[in-house]
Structure formats: structure tokens, C-alpha cells
Design a binder for this molecule. Structure first.
Ligand code: AMP
Length: 618
């Protein structure tokens, strides 16, 4: 039974607001929810079909269509029809440069490092706006089918998506009017759909094999105490069922001795052949021979030949599985479960080869197109608090911190922290009257920020003039469950504050994470001695600054000889600072400190006696 609550203002009954699970796919998207019997169900609004092709068409008149209707325009109006927008989410032009030919619409960018835009007609759209149109369609279908407003959702993304891509997905949700409660990894969702990972006591290592129309990825996940950790991912973003279709078409071209370049020009025939190839591929699930004609072209194919045609492609996916295992530092016997996701895993040869490789039967009972959305709905149900026994957590793979003086990394959230998590620290200024504080955020394990990965940089501006060391700047890191980092900086005395969310321009692969961790181990000793040297140097620089300021302001209270000796000692310290000898720096600092301490005391006495006379100095 769904929970029912009463609206105290109106006295009316209100159903608990539903949270849907959305699989925002490259080719198709769909939405699922938990029905009153507690079962996850995909939404098929008014019989329009469960899968909504992730395609958007813009007409000359300004009408926008999404889904099956828009898909028709892929042939008739390709320039104004956007597909595969997921490939562009959170991407810069640099990221996609080599694949530009793939898109029949115009992908542009004025600055190769910023995020791409898509030009349709004379308008520009961001991938976020385009994804939002797809999400809006899904939201509307869900609202129509469930007869209730849908405002909250869980959206899935591939495990290899970086922060920028995750943030873009979240923004698309927001733009579509959805409160995105969580971004969930697709393999995590698939695993939940099979009930794997729902028991907090279970420890399992699973492989999720996802072969769609145009993309392939495999993820190795470790599930422990309800935490899903992605150990590795591998794949090919341009390998999928479409390649099977192309292999069939090439075979027919050869058998019928057709001229390929002629065929490409005859768009309609090419499209008919493509559809026939896909239909034949699907037919092999229940028949062993296809024998049909398009015009005077014979489209003949038997299952064995089909298997031969696609063998190298399937073999490629198996190679990726092998690499993923290697990257996770595991062998086949470590894998407890294998889950099949994506329409192309219906192909018999794919199932056989994957099962053979992992030496175990694969999970393929659920519809492979729906499994991710179903899992997202389960995750949504968990977040709605309907399954209190389950807690799903993720951990952050690399430490997060900020740059402090001397280019040192000051870790705020250490690696392997469970997310969501919040941590903060207080900082201050190093120069008198400093109005701005540059806050540079880094990710990584090394002591020097230059060896880590920069995520963001911003200035906390407008700190009111105060002596160095007076302002209190609280810096808080909030890492939400999607791995998105919010950084807040606030000067407590003045209330000046600044907040940023991290959307780094470039992503980071698992290999890079691993490399960063390895480097931190190999360089651990060097890093520690470097850190100590830099800390000594920073302390020395601060000392030079403070003493010189003291001389400037309070020279009148010192003897000439005292001033010159102090200046001499400051000069010695300045020289020693670049010596690279930590102990010598410390010794020189101590010496200067020792010599100048009485001056400060003398000044205090003067200040006190002056204050007692009702005057103040400075
Ligand atoms: P997805 O991107 O996950 O929606 O997968 C779509 C791909 O699955 C397309 O290449 C379809 O041709 C393919 N597909 C759908 N049904 C079948 C089937 N019965 N046998 C083989 N491939 C299929």
C-alpha cells in the first residue's frame, strides 16, 4: 500500500509524492517507479512504448518534438535532429574533436576548453538544455501515466562519467523541473534491479556488461556493507549493436555485388537496408534464417553466418572485460555475479561468449533495456525512506583539499571518505589589509598541489581591511552523494561569502586515479621532506614580513643598533630561505625570534602605559 497523508491546511488526502528513476540513455531513455505492490515498473504512457528515443527535432516553425516522432526526422531532416546528446554532456570540444563526423548536426565551440554547444538553425543549445528536453518528456509521460505530479527523480549515468558530466546531468534534471535527489551509476542501478547489494551484510564482486546500440561498457563493482565501489571500468564508446547491423549490411552489399558509394547516396534504400538488418538481427533470437527481398536485393542470412560476422566485435567486448578485470586487480574467479544490460545483450552469441569468459551463467532475466531504470526506481524508493533497512553509500576515490601557502595541499576530505560528507577548516590571511583570498581546490594524494589535479579556483572578495591573521575564513566542503563538490568560503567577522560547485572541464579516468594513488606511494618520502621544507620556508617568509612591518611601524621605539642588527638578521633569513635546508631555516627563524621578542614586550609596555594615560598608539 502506498502511504497516505493528510494535508493539514486543506484537510484533503494526499498521496506521498512519487520519486521516479530515470535511465537517460545515449539511444533510448525511460522512466520507472515503484508500484503500490512495491515492485519496480517501467512507465508506458498511453501505449506510446517504454523506450523514448533520446532524439530531439526542431522544426522551422520552432516546434520541438522528442522521442519516436523526432527519430523519424533523423533521415528526413538530419541537420535539425539531435541524437546521442549524452555523448556531449559535460564535454569540451577537445574531448570530441576526433568524433565530429559522427554527428550530423553542428557541434561548435568558441573556446576548445569550454563546454560544447549545438547549433540548430540559427539557435544554439547546450547539451544540458537538450537533455532537459528529453527529461521533460519523460517527466510528462510519468505524470500522465501516474496521474500525479512528478517533481523528484534519481537519474543514472555511466560509471565512467566524471564530475563535469554528472553535474551536467544534474543541471539537465533541474532545467526539466526535476529535483534530482541522486545521480546513480548505471551498473549500481542494474545490480539493485537484480536485488544484488540490497542486503547490507553481503560482500560481492560483480561485473556489469552493458552493450547498447552505439556504446559498450563493462564495470567491475565491489559491494560491501551497502557500499558500491567501482573498481574499474572499460569499454568502447563507439561499439554496439549498430555495428552488428552494419556488418550485416556490408555482407548483403557483397553478396548482391552492390556499389557501396552508390548506396550511400540512395538514402532511402540505405535506410531500408539498415532497418532490415536490425530486424534480421533481432529475429535470430527465435529463428535461424532470414530470406527476404528489398527491391531486387536479396537479404539472406543464416544465424551461423551472422555469428561469424559479429564475432570480432563481440571479441572486442570480451577484451575490454579482460582489461577491466586486470585494472581491478582481479581474476575471473573473484567475480560472483555477471549482469547483462543493454538491448544488444539479447544477441545469443553475446550471452554465450560473456558467460564463457566469466565461467558462470549471466543474469539476463530482466529486460536488458529496462534494468537500469528499474534499479533507479529502487534507489529512489530507498531515498524516499521506504526501505529503511538499506543504506547506499559510495566512497570518494581521491582526497579533496585546497592550496595553502607555498603550494601545499591541505586535505579537507580524505580519500575513501563515505559520501555524502561535509568537512571544513578555518584559514586566515597572510598580508595586512588583504581584501581577496584565492581559493584553489585540488584533488589528489600528493603533498604539493602542482602534482594534484586542479578542480576549481575562485576569489573570496571583499574581505574588510584587517591585519594579517585577523580574518577568519571558514572553508567548507560538501561532497554530495553524486560525487559533486560544493565549496563554501565565508569570512566570519564580515559575513562575506562565496560558493562554487565544482565542474572541472576535464574528466579523469580510473587509470588516472590509480596512477595518482601509485605516484603518491612512490613519492611519499620526497613529498614529506618537500612539505617540511616548504612549511619552514613559509614560516620564514611570514617572519620576514612581520618583522619588516614591525620595524616600519615601530622603529621609533628601538635603538639604531637594534634596528640594524634586526635588519641584518632578517637579511640572513632571506638568504637562508632559498638554501633548501630546512633545519638551517628553522635555526635562523629561532635566532631572529629570540632577538626580537624583547622588542614586542617593550612595545606592549609602552602601549599599556599610553593606554592608561588615555591615549592610543596608531
Ligand atoms: P540500447 O542502446 O540499450 O537501447 O540498445 C539498443 C540496441 O539493442 C540496438 O542496437 C538494437 O538493435 C539492439 N537490440 C534490441 N533488441 C534486440 C534483439 N532481440 N537482439 C539483438 N539486438 C537487439
Amino acid at each position: 500500500m502506498a502511504k497516505v497523508s493528510i494535508n493539514l491546511a486543506t484537510g484533503s488526502l494526499q498521496k506521498d509524492e512519487i520519486i521516479v528513476g530515470i535511465d537517460l540513455g545515449t539511444t533510448n531513455s525511460l522512466v520507472a517507479f515503484i508500484d503500490p505492490d512495491k515492485n519496480p515498473k517501467v512507465i508506458n504512457d498511453a501505449g506510446k512504448g517504454v523506450l523514448v528515443p533520446s532524439v530531439v527535432h526542431f522544426s522551422e516553425a520552432g516546434d520541438i518534438t522528442v522521442g519516436n516522432e523526432a527519430k523519424e526526422y533523423l533521415i528526413t531532416d538530419p541537420q535539425n535532429t539531435v541524437f546521442s546528446v549524452k555523448r556531449l554532456l559535460g564535454r569540451s570540444y577537445n574531448d570530441i574533436e576526433n568524433y565530429e563526423d559522427f554527428f550530423s548536426y553542428k557541434v561548435i565551440d568558441d573556446n576548445t576548453e569550454s563546454l560544447v554547444k549545438i547549433k540548430v538553425g540559427d539557435k544554439f543549445y547546450t547539451p544540458i538544455e537538450l537533455s532537459a528536453l528529453i527529461l521533460k518528456e519523460l517527466k510528462e509521460r510519468a505524470e500522465h501515466a501516474l496521474k500525479t505530479p512528478v517533481n523528484r527523480a534519481v537519474i543514472t549515468v555511466p560509471a565512467y562519467f566524471n564530475d563535469s558530466q554528472r553535474q551536467a546531468t544534474r543541471d539537465a534534471g533541474k532545467l526539466a523541473g526535476l529535483d534530482v535527489l541522486r545521480i546513480v551509476n548505471e551498473p549500481t542501478a542494474a545490480s539493485l534491479a537484480y536485488g544484488i547489494g540490497l542486503n547490507p551484510d553481503e560482500t560481492k564482486t560483480i561485473a556489469v556488461y552493458d552493450l547498447g546500440g552505439g556504446t559498450f561498457d563493462v564495470s567491475i563493482l565491489q559491494i560491501q556493507n551497502g557500499i558500491f565501489e567501482v573498481l574499474s571500468t572499460n569499454g568502447d564508446t563507439f561499439l554496439g549493436g549498430d555495428d552488428f547491423d552494419r556488418a550485416i549490411i556490408d555482407y548483403w552489399i557483397e553478396k548482391n555485388q552492390l556499389d557501396k558509394s552508390e548506396l550511400i547516396k540512395n538514402r532511402e534504400l540505405a535506410q531500408q537496408l539498415r532497418l532490415k538488418a536490425e530486424e534480421s538481427k533481432k529475429a535470430f533470437s527465435h529463428q535461424s534464417l532470414v530470406n527476404e527481398k528489398i527491391g531486387d536485393i536479396w537479404c539472406t542470412l543464416d544465424r551461423n553466418t551472422f555469428n561469424e560476422l559479429i564475432l570480432t566485435k563481440v571479441q572486442q567486448t570480451i577484451d575490454c572485460c579482460r582489461n577491466a578485470l586486470r585494472d581491478a586487480g582481479l581474476t575471473i574467479t573473484d567475480i560472483d555475479e555477471v549482469i547483462m544490460v543493454g538491448g544488444s545483450t539479447r544477441t545469443a552469441l553475446v550471452k554465450t561468449m560473456v558467460a564463457e569468459f566469466f565461467e558462470r551463467p549471466v543474469h539476463d532475466d530482466l529486460n536488458p533495456d529496462e534494468v537500469v531504470a528499474l534499479g533507479a526506481a529502487i534507489q529512489a524508493d530507498i531515498l524516499a525512506g521506504n526501505r529503511r533497512d538499506i543504506l547506499l553509500l559510495d566512497v570518494t576515490p581521491l582526497s579533496l583539499g585546497i592550496e595553502t601557502m607555498g603550494g601545499l595541499m591541505d586535505v579537507i576530505i580524505p580519500r575513501n571518505s563515505k559520501v555524502p560528507t561535509k568537512a571544513g577548516r578555518q584559514y586566515t590571511t597572510s598580508i595586512d589589509g588583504q581584501a581577496n583570498m584565492k581559493i584553489s581546490v585540488y584533488q589528489g594524494e600528493r603533498d604539493l598541489v602542482k602534482e594534484n589535479r586542479k578542480l576549481a579556483e575562485f576569489d573570496l572578495k571583499g574581505i574588510p581591511g584587517m591585519p594579517a591573521g585577523f580574518p577568519k575564513v571558514d572553508i567548507n566542503f560538501l561532497l554530495n552523494a553524486d560525487g559533486i563538490l560544493k565549496i563554501q568560503a565565508m569570512e566570519l567577522r564580515s559575513g562575506v561569502k562565496q560558493e562554487v560547485e565544482v565542474t572541472p572541464t576535464y574528466g579523469i579516468t580510473d587509470d588516472q586515479v590509480e596512477q595518482m594513488l601509485m605516484d603518491s606511494i612512490t613519492h611519499a618520502q620526497d613529498d614529506v621532506s618537500q612539505r617540511m621544507l616548504i612549511e619552514a620556508r613559509t614560516e620564514g617568509e611570514q617572519m620576514v614580513y612581520t618583522v619588516e612591518r614591525f620595524l616600519q611601524k615601530n622603529g621609533a621605539y628601538l635603538e639604531i643598533a637594534e634596528i640594524s642588527t634586526t635588519q641584518q638578521k632578517v637579511n640572513t633569513l632571506k638568504e637562508v630561505l632559498s638554501s633548501g635546508e630546512k633545519d638551517l631555516i628553522h635555526k635562523t627563524i629561532d635566532d631572529l625570534n629570540e632577538y626580537t621578542r624583547p622588542f614586542a614586550e617593550r612595545l606592549m609596555d609602552v602601549a599599556i602605559s599610553t593606554a592608561m594615560k588615555g591615549k592610543s598608539i596608531e
